[in-house]
Design a protein around this ligand. Structure first.
Ligand code: PXL
Length: 275
């Protein structure tokens, strides 16, 4: 069985980062090891939250893994909170290697999340050049590229953004949350190694929910590490994220609590276990 290690925070309530990555990657049939970077009471979209930084734990934990000969097939990073954490993640990758996936979690809807800055986006962009696949939304890509965020765009614009990311040195970038028609949403990827674009769209639901980026990335990585091609894995992630949102519709008061991915897990399991 493949072993992924995911490096991101753990938010006790509010289904995102580790509380989403662990169950989804496990359901995909891939071992999910964790390296928690911070402990929060909830994610930062709640009015009030506690935050305990765990940066100091990263190096001793990594050293101990090395001493024990523990290795990983892939590294997946999500929400990271400081320049120091970016540096430690790079060091971790240089030491352990494997397939490197980055979800450069920094913002959404044209705005950075609380505490993030342009300088952080610049450092994140540098780290992204080391990855095999990055999965930014258009907000994150715009900050990394120093271009204005656009709410309306066409396919030519999205290709231009992807080519700019490739110029930065990014090997493969899948833009998430891309929508050319009001009733469709999905991903658009450019692979600079093969020079190929690919995309896939599913039904767009009227509401958007917190944590869907983490759900998407976890499902994509889980599916890819389970053996699906990157294209097939991203397609699976689009369908799974839609299923999560559909299941959440019956619980409309729970917007900030993330999506009801638990009810969509059977779909992911069935899809990855079809012969
Ligand atoms: O879902 C991304 C995310 C992860 N972790 C924390 C967050 C957010 C988004 O706001 O606040 C702590």
């Amino acid at each position: 069985m493949k072993r992924i290690i995911t490096i991101q925070d753990i938010s006790c309530v509010g289904r995102c980062s580790l509380t989403v990555a662990l169950p989804i990657i496990s359901a995909a049939g891939v071992e999910c090891a964790i390296l928690p970077t911070a402990l929060l009471s909830t994610h930062t979209a709640f009015d009030k939250f506690t935050f305990r930084d765990l940066t100091d734990e990263i190096q001793p934990i990594s050293d101990t893994f090395s001493e024990l000969g523990i290795g990983f097939d892939a590294i997946y990073t999500g929400y990271l909170g400081s320049f120091e954490q970016l540096r430690l993640v790079e060091k971790f990758y240089d030491r352990f290697g494997g397939t490197f996936f980055i979800d450069p979690v920094m913002g959404d809807y044209g705005k950075l999340y609380k505490g993030f800055t342009q300088e952080f986006a610049d450092e994140m962009a540098k780290l992204c050049t080391k990855a095999d696949l990055i999965m930014p939304n258009l907000t994150e890509a715009s900050y990394m590229l120093h271009i204005p965020y656009r709410e309306e765009y066409d396919e030519a614009y999205i290709r231009e953004v992807l080519l700019k990311l490739a110029e930065l040195g990014v090997k493969r970038a899948a833009l998430t949350g891309i929508s050319f028609k009001p009733d469709e949403i999905g991903y658009y990827m450019y692979d600079s190694v093969s020079g190929r674009f690919s995309s896939y769209f599913g039904r767009r639901m009227p509401e958007s929910y917190h944590g869907t980026g983490d759900v998407f990335a976890s499902a994509a990585l889980g599916a890819h590490m389970r053996g699906l091609s990157i294209d097939e894995a991203l397609k699976t992630a689009v369908d799974f994220t839609l299923e999560c949102i559909v299941k959440t519709q019956s619980d409309p008061d729970r917007r900030d609590y993330g999506v009801s991915f638990e009810l969509a897990l059977p779909m992911l399991v069935n899809r990855l276990n079809r012969e």
